[in-house]
Design a protein around this ligand. Structure first.
Ligand code: 13P
Length: 255
């Protein structure tokens, strides 16, 4: 059975102290209330990584993700944070290719491929995000578009590399808008993504790859989304900033 994952993406929210408080609350709630096989990932800003990783080190099921990283292991890149530095904090995951990075920081396929490969070489597991904009959805070409996003980056990996990757489908029109893909819409495109992985890497690897849904996931819609056969969890933005709401989303994963 493939891994079930509920990941929070805090984006650029929470001061240092607020972040530690949030992580501590989530850790306690998960410890007390979550009993299934679901893995919980806290995607914090860089400044929180080390402290949060230490905070959750003894807590089963919880790990930590960065939201980006530079592709080099070190170098004169003022203001950047390397894959090696991220790994040295105790983080196990790194979110890459988020639509906000693609849109505001012009991150394209070639750069993302180098980041994914560098992250893997440093022992980090990429949570690789993809998804269409509203225009593409309205034109009805979303299936081809996401197949292209998969091919442009993930097809360039070796099977051993791909085996470490988590995919997050996040339709841009559903991020932070309160609009959520219906469970049927999400299931359809998750199946397209899994098929695209199978076409290139074979069915076994495709069946083992976790594909998370992101875009206005809340406790009230999570259960229906997570019940879909090709939805293996969520990547949660706004609702991950409140410990009660986020833990309830984790509990909606029946694993
Ligand atoms: P929201 O859950 O706030 O819509 O954000 C989704 C997201 O971008 C997670 O990476």
């Amino acid at each position: 059975m493939r891994k079930k994952i509920v990941a929070g993406n805090w984006k650029m929210f929470k001061t240092y102290a607020q972040g530690l408080e949030l992580a501590s609350e989530v850790a306690h709630m998960v410890q007390d209330e979550v009993h299934g096989q679901v893995e919980v990932v806290l995607g914090t800003p860089y400044i929180h990584l080390y402290a949060v990783a230490r905070q959750v080190a003894g807590v089963a099921r919880i790990s930590v993700a960065a939201q980006n990283c530079h592709q080099a292991t070190e170098g004169a890149y003022t203001g950047e944070v390397s894959v090696t530095q991220v790994a040295s904090t105790g983080a196990q995951y790194v979110i890459l290719g988020h639509s906000e990075r693609r849109q505001y920081f012009a991150e394209g396929a070639a750069l993302l491929l180098s980041k994914v490969q560098a992250a893997l070489a440093a022992g980090l597991k990429p949570i690789f995000c993809l998804g269409e904009t509203q225009d593409i959805r309205e034109a009805g070409t979303q299936d081809d578009f996401v197949r292209g996003q998969v091919a442009d980056v993930l097809y360039k990996l070796t099977p051993a590399e791909m085996a470490q990757v988590v995919i997050a489908y996040e339709p841009v029109w559903a991020i932070g808008t309160g609009l959520t893909a219906t469970p049927a819409q999400a299931q359809d495109i998750h199946a397209v993504i899994r098929k695209a992985i199978a076409t290139h890497f074979g069915d076994e690897l495709a069946q083992a790859t976790p594909i998370l849904y992101g875009g206005s996931v809340k406790a009230s819609n999570a259960e229906e989304l997570f019940a879909q056969p090709d939805i293996d969890g969520g990547l949660v933005g706004g609702a991950s900033l409140q410990s009660r709401e986020f833990t309830n989303i984790v509990k909606a994963m029946r694993a």
